[in-house]
Design a protein around this ligand. Structure first.
Ligand code: ADP
Ligand code: MG
Length: 217
């Protein structure tokens, strides 16, 4: 069953054509890795799938919903239910502990649940660090808290923008194995963009984005 479908999506920023007629179908539970050099349109593509940005033309259907037809409030509500995001820079709140960072995501979605937040942190092997602040955690640990935050509300889709860009090889591997585990366990659909040639072997399918054009490898 397809969960993400982009049809002839174009995104222009003035003269810049960031995405050119992008067509993409992702099946539920599939992990698609999109490789591409800096400036090729990877972040633009993820933001459009997440409904954080709107295309100049083309259609986006995610989980059966036409995103083009939703207004900003409806989009925000849709995103809270459907999408978890992981970024290269983690984007944890510095003055909140690991546990509080995860509980903030619960609060933004519905109601905080400390027990469940702790369970999720244990799942990403951060159970021993729940009271630490981001500055007291390593990069790999921060990214594991970020993934706990992304999945705590059980979204069907995980979008990851260069998630291992700041990690060494060992932590890259820990992170990717974790995503693989969650993909299987939660039937999570993963779209991960990267320029790390080492990553694709974890995913189910790899595509190449070059100068706004999406191609098969
Ligand atoms: P990547 O994530 O692959 O590095 P981006 O999607 O960030 O690429 O950017 C693709 C192109 O679109 C780049 O040329 C970038 O400068 C341009 N771009 C991205 N976002 C904006 C924006 N908000 N305004 C203007 N140009 C942008
Ligand atoms: Mg980017």
């Amino acid at each position: 069953m397809e969960i993400i479908k982009l049809e002839k999506v174009c995104k222009n920023y003035g003269e810049i054509k960031a995405l050119k007629d992008v067509c993409l179908t992702v099946e539920k539970g599939e992990w698609v890795t999109i490789m591409g050099p800096s400036g090729s349109g990877k972040t633009t593509l993820l933001n459009i799938i997440a409904g954080l940005d709107v295309p100049t033309s083309g259609e986006i259907i995610v989980g059966g919903k036409k995103l083009n037809s939703l207004n900003a409030d409806e989009l925000a509500e849709w995103r809270a239910e459907n999408v978890g995001f992981v970024f290269q820079q983690y984007h944890l709140i510095p003055y909140l502990t690991a546990l509080e960072n995860v509980m903030l995501a619960q609060f933004m979605h519905s109601v905080p649940d400390e027990v469940e937040a702790e369970v999720i942190l244990k799942k990403v092997k951060m159970g021993h660090r729940i009271s630490h602040y981001p500055s007291q955690l390593s990069g790999g640990e921060c990214q594991r808290v970020a993934i706990a935050r992304a999945i705590v509300n059980k979204p069907p889709i995980l979008l990851a923008d260069e998630p291992t860009g700041n990690l060494d090889r060992e932590n890259t591997e820990i992170f990717l194995n974790l995503v693989k585990e969650l993909q299987k366990e939660m039937q999570l659909t993963v779209v991960l963009v990267t320029h790390n040639p080492y990553i694709p072997k974890w995913g189910d399918r790899t595509l190449l984005l070059e100068d706004g054009v999406l191609k098969c490898l």
